[in-house]
Design a protein around this ligand. Sequence first.
Ligand code: PLP
Length: 473
Amino acid sequence: MTAVPAPEVTVKATPPLPEPAPQAKIETPKKEAIPCPITEPTASFVPLAPSVSLPAPATPESKPAIQAEEKKPTTQPLFTGRVEHTPDLDKPARLRQNKGMLSVHDIANRELLDLVPYEPGKPVDDVARELGLDPASIIKLASNENPLGPSPLAQAAMRDAVDKVHFYPDGGGFHLRNAIAKSFGLGRENVVLGNGSNEIIELLFHTFTRPGIHEIVTTRYAFAVYTLMAQLFGVHAIVVDDVDFTPDLTAMLRAVTPQTRLIFLASPNNPTGTRVTNEALEAFLRDLPPHVIAVLDEAYYEFLDNPPDTVGQVRAGAQVVLMRTFSKIQGLAGLRIGYGLAPMEIADLLQRARQPFNANSIAQAGAMAGLADLDHQRKTKAITDEGRRVVEEAFARMGLKYVPSSANFVLVNVGDGGEVFKRLMKKGIIVRSMVSYHLPEYIRVSIGTPEQNARFLAELPGALEGLVKVTTP
Ligand SMILES: Cc1ncc(COP(=O)(O)O)c(C=O)c1O
């Protein structure tokens, strides 16, 4: 196996984001009758590139990551997910069979064999077991979960739903989809339920991409699941550079080719916590060609102070899919329930791609009640806003470079993220190392309760010893 070299990342002090603009009503993109540039490719399968190569970080003088005229042919994508090419697997299975060496690997999809699975936050029980710690003494600030726990109304509804688990769930999700639709002034036909919003990503690939033919566009520090899923589906991922950890929407548009079907944008993004401005988003959607679906990942939407009117885009029939989740503001991550909002025609296609009972009955009941629990959502936002202020101010006092966040977590440069992750874990604090995101100097820390934040900040200076110079803690 060839090791994939981590691209060099130049650490720059990150200036604060521009002031968000006042609540912007996004105009429906005016799609004129442009001839569709789709060309039906003839290649039946385009092999994955042998190694990962990312565009160099953009500097003010440098050209944008991808220039239209310099676009590489689709057989040579800039990036194809986190692929490690395994030359051995290219040997025809026949040869191995002759040697009596046929293994299931010879008959499995190669994309799957090359896949480096998504690395989730380390569970409390694993850490307790590995380090012999009392689980109750461990705090997990690694998966952007809700520090207040689940919505109490959702808990009560789920208890009631337990009595009926001998029935299959409502496969059509009638009540939950109606409730979601009503809360946004949409119709039930605009709502697609998912086993977490992650499943909506998968449905999008099923619906709009063909292996070896189509492409997606995303950004260097975008949520990892987009490129993972692209690899799994054998779809090329064109990854453009961010500017100060913020998606460069102009570069993303330039990267679109006739083969592009999905363009993924998370705002706020995970793991950077950055958002795009409402004006920039509006222009981006206006300029998107008609053969591309804008996938707006809004897992942290409810944490924004000045959110864009993206639901208005759905209402107006724009070529968008919004992805939302019950995992964050409602505190229901363990239930695995999320949803997509899209114009009816798109939502109808996505519905065809899903399993009949993808949203289980307990999840549907919990989500219904969680949606209505505005008090829990308000409290969650308040505790997050305050905790993020405390954590970011402490980072600033310590002289640490951090990325100002619009979500419930903060990305911070600690010199050696893998080492700090281990040192904090020994103290019973689980954060997220950013090695898998090619940010080896960083950790990402979720905002916890005031007590959890204080404990993390108290242990941090010790964990940084010998790694970065800290000013007054
Ligand atoms: C940006 C982003 N999108 C999607 C998800 C998936 O959320 P879920 O599948 O729990 O709804 C996450 C989870 O952390 C996320 O950070």
